[in-house]
Structures are given as structure tokens and as C-alpha cells.
Design a protein around this ligand. Structure first.
Ligand code: ZN
Length: 83
């Protein structure tokens, strides 16, 4: 993945740096609530205007909904690499 900047920040992908800055969120819709039938990453500029759009990008736990890219990466890590 593409990284930006220098020094120790270089090891983080751009989407992780932007997500940590709280300017935007990155994530995926999970079936059956996916918007289209192919894998795509949402980049959401915050705050949501209008506010009701917050619901469209909320996690519904085991029912699906939206999952943040960072949380998905944690779930995909092999058990030996989890915290
Ligand atoms: Zn989508």
C-alpha cells in the first residue's frame, strides 16, 4: 500500500493516517447491506450532512452494516498477530 511522509509514519498506509486524524472514515458495507455487488472502500468525509446519514454507515454488529477499515484489518490478522 502507498504510504506518505517520512520517518516512522511511512509504515502506515495513507488511509490509516487520514482515519486517525478524524477528518474522515474508511470502511466497507457488509452483506446484506452492501450498496453494490463488488468490493469497494468507502471514504467518508465527516461530519455527515445531513446527520441522518450516520445511520447508513453504522455497524449493526453480527447483523452486518458498516465496518471500519481498521476494524476489518484487525479481524483479518492471524491469531498470533492480534493484540
Ligand atoms: Zn458501499
Amino acid at each position: 500500500m502507498a504510504g506518505v511522509g517520512g520517518g516512522t509514519d511511512k509504515k502506515y498506509p495513507l488511509f490509516v493516517k487520514l482515519a486517525l486524524s478524524c477528518i474522515c472514515r474508511f470502511g466497507f458495507h457488509r452483506p446484506p447491506f452492501n450498496s453494490v455487488n463488488h468490493l469497494h472502500l468507502h471514504c467518508l468525509a465527516l461530519p455527515f450532512i445531513p446527520r441522518w446519514k450516520t445511520v447508513k454507515y453504522a455497524s449493526l454488529g453480527p447483523l452486518g452494516g458498516f465496518i471500519e477499515a481498521e476494524k476489518l484489518l484487525e479481524k483479518l490478522k492471524p491469531p498470533t498477530e492480534t493484540k
